[in-house]
Design a binder for this molecule. Structure first.
Ligand SMILES: Cc1cn([C@H]2C[C@H](O)[C@@H](COP(=O)(O)OP(=O)(O)OP(=O)(O)O)O2)c(=O)[nH]c1=O
Length: 196
């Protein structure tokens, strides 16, 4: 297939992300890329307001890339946070923590923010997007089924919109599905289109 984006044909895209969802979604833009996993300490200073955390961490991931970028390379990093009542819900560490997170999201609206940073040898841009997600009321048995069968310990807020709990539990979203899943493709595409 001939890709639509011609201006980046001679570029080497590097997705610095361990997330299989981001890899799957970036493939959808008809671009070739390599994947490098980064080891970044994602603890955030307590004084950063919740709405700035995704941008902060996506920039930090881009800055942590260990090698200088060649002229033809474009680095892409991202971060997703779930904000519930002004508080960040990160990745749950235990089943109990996952249960508490999903219980707090049940029957309520929360915000998902994803930031993406694109960096080349001379510039860096961070783009942000957010979506409002409404969960219907979740029964405790439904929450436990999801945690035990799907083990959402690698997901912010303890859920994946692209999995069972998303199918049965999400009543509506306002914003991009892909932003909730962790990678706002339309923003990445628009930025790649501008860069050559
Ligand atoms: C809310 C939500 C999050 N997620 C995922 C996206 C992210 O992978 C993860 C949030 O953690 P992140 O820290 O954004 O990403 P990551 O650690 O998985 O990968 P990396 O830092 O290497 O890029 O939660 C879903 O898959 N579906 C969802 O509905």
């Amino acid at each position: 297939m001939k890709p639509f984006l011609k201006n980046i044909e001679n570029k080497s895209l590097i997705l610095a992300s361990a997330s299989p969802r981001r890899q799957e979604l970036l493939r959808g833009l008809e671009v070739d890329f390599t994947v490098k996993a980064l080891d970044v300490d994602e603890r955030v200073p307590a004084d950063i307001p919740a709405e700035y955390v995704a941008a902060h961490l996506s920039k930090l991931k881009a800055e942590s890339y260990p090698e200088p970028l060649n002229e033809d390379e474009i680095l892409i990093t991202a971060d997703t946070v779930v904000i519930e009542n002004g508080h960040i819900l990160g990745k749950p560490q235990t089943e109990e923590e996952a249960f508490d997170m999903l219980k707090s999201l049940s029957g309520a609206v929360h915000t998902v923010m994803t930031a993406v940073t694109l960096r080349d040898h001379k510039r860096s841009v961070t783009l942000e997007d957010q979506a409002e997600v409404t969960f219907r009321f979740l029964e405790e048995e439904e929450i436990w089924h999801y945690i035990r069968e799907y083990k959402p310990f690698d997901k912010a807020g303890a859920y994946g919109i692209q999995e069972w709990i998303g199918f049965v539990g999400i009543q509506s979203i306002q914003g991009s599905y892909f932003t909730v899943m962790g990678f706002p493709l339309h923003l990445v595409y628009e930025q790649l289109k501008k860069w050559s």
